[in-house]
Ligand binder design. Structure first.
Ligand code: COA
Length: 164
């Protein structure tokens, strides 16, 4: 098993391995309306393993975060292009929520992105997803803009970002 990054009670926070991907994909299907191809999960794991993290509870994967690195305009008015971490997806199975796992996954994912010398990190979140917005606020993300009708069902997204 990969090295333990952090322990939250009985939960082990560690890097994702290829064998964990079916469980990660299953959590994604159960918890979020935004789904991706199996290949996309594998490609993010290959591209940025430092920031593809899972929560392991008694040898069962119960949460994950996956990120990528992008180059683009800063969300903090820095001039020129910057290197940005993008949280593509983060989720915890419902029965394991409220125990600090989501926060631990975010903090470890952010460390992974920082290891790649990124200037900032950002994500999109449904405007109605108060639990997630609270989590991101708690760890220092700021709402930068509203992306109108960003999701397929027409809901707006909030773009939230944090400078390193
Ligand atoms: C968002 C999510 C990942 C949070 O995971 P979690 O393990 O329950 O979160 P934590 O226990 O680490 O909570 C951290 C903070 O998040 C916020 N939060 C978590 N659950 C909350 C709730 N039910 N109501 C309000 N705020 C909540 C709080 O600020 C909390 O800090 P606190 O405990 O000091 O109050 C989880 O709810 C989830 O998987 N949701 C479905 C998938 C999803 O929406 N992903 C985000 C897509 S952008």
């Amino acid at each position: 098993m990969c090295a333990v990054l952090k322990k939250v009670e009985e939960y082990i926070i560690r890097r994702c391995e290829e064998k964990d991907l079916p469980a990660v994909i299953d959590i994604n299907l159960k918890t979020l309306p935004e789904h991706y191809s199996d290949y996309f999960f594998l490609s993010l794991l290959k591209e940025l393993p430092e920031a593809f993290i899972v929560a392991d509870y008694q040898d069962k994967i119960v949460g994950y975060i996956m990120c990528k690195i992008e180059f683009g305009f800063s969300n903090f008015r820095k001039l020129g292009f910057v290197k940005k971490g993008h949280v593509v997806s983060v989720a915890v199975l419902e029965e394991h929520r409220g125990k600090g796992i989501g926060e631990a996954l975010m903090l470890e994912g952010m460390k992974g992105v920082l290891e790649r010398k990124s200037d900032e990190i950002y994500l999109e979140v449904r405007a109605s997803n108060q639990q997630a917005v609270n989590l991101y606020n708690k760890i220092g993300f700021q709402i930068k803009s509203k992306l109108r009708a960003y999701y397929r069902d027409g809901e707006d997204a909030l773009l939230m970002s944090k400078e390193f």
